[in-house]
Design a protein around this ligand. Sequence first.
Ligand code: 6PG
Length: 245
Amino acid sequence: MIESKRIVVEKSPELAAGKAAETFKSILSEAVAKRGICRLALSGGTTPRSMYHTLADHVVIDHAPWSQVEVYFGDERDVPQDDVDSNFGMAQRTLLDNAPVVWSQVYAMRADAGDIDAAAREYEETIRRNVPAGPNGIPQFDLIMLGLGGDGHVASLFPHTDSLEEAQRLVVSCHVPVLGRSRMTFTFPLINAARNILLLVTGDDKAEVVQRVFEAGDTTLPAARVAPQHGTVHVVLDTAAARLL
Ligand code: 6PG
């Protein structure tokens, strides 16, 4: 059972990015106030870029406690960090290079490793070592950011891939036939153990999948499985993405 799901619709992608940045900061500050540290995972793709820019633009005025943040990634492409397709690279350019993070507390996924599955196991070990377990014994992130693909995928949990059914491992590598590439990704047991999930979705091209996930509850779509047992889902949409709701 989801503790709560909050859906907010903003008039433009920029306002949606601003709202998501606000939600991100309040979760970050609350975690640091309560536990002295915030453990969060960033998402990739194109949609979060403007939100990361917004966070970076406000670093000076916000005084957000970035030095008390551990940064992880929810998924990654099988490319080097300096590749244009790298989620780490994108987050570094748009946010991490412009915020006072402690780099020893930033954990990139090495999805470009020769043995991507061994790298996934190593990343899981790092999470199990660093992130305290929640009520169900699984490491409990304060915040996991997600985007939504037009096919209903979240992180790199794509339709019709084995990673969807993973029940034990927290981080896996997977080959994604529709991309012809491999990815590294958090699995649903880890995602659904989080205190907060922030899902930012904008654009007309996402309207149909948004309706299927948030209105029709189409469980054939991976995104419909986002259901944190002891957490809150914060969904931020723009009017274009919400037009069929
Ligand atoms: C990735 C993401 C992925 C993304 C969706 C939406 O590595 O691509 O983590 O899950 O959030 O594909 O991507 P857009 O924001 O580009 O539409």
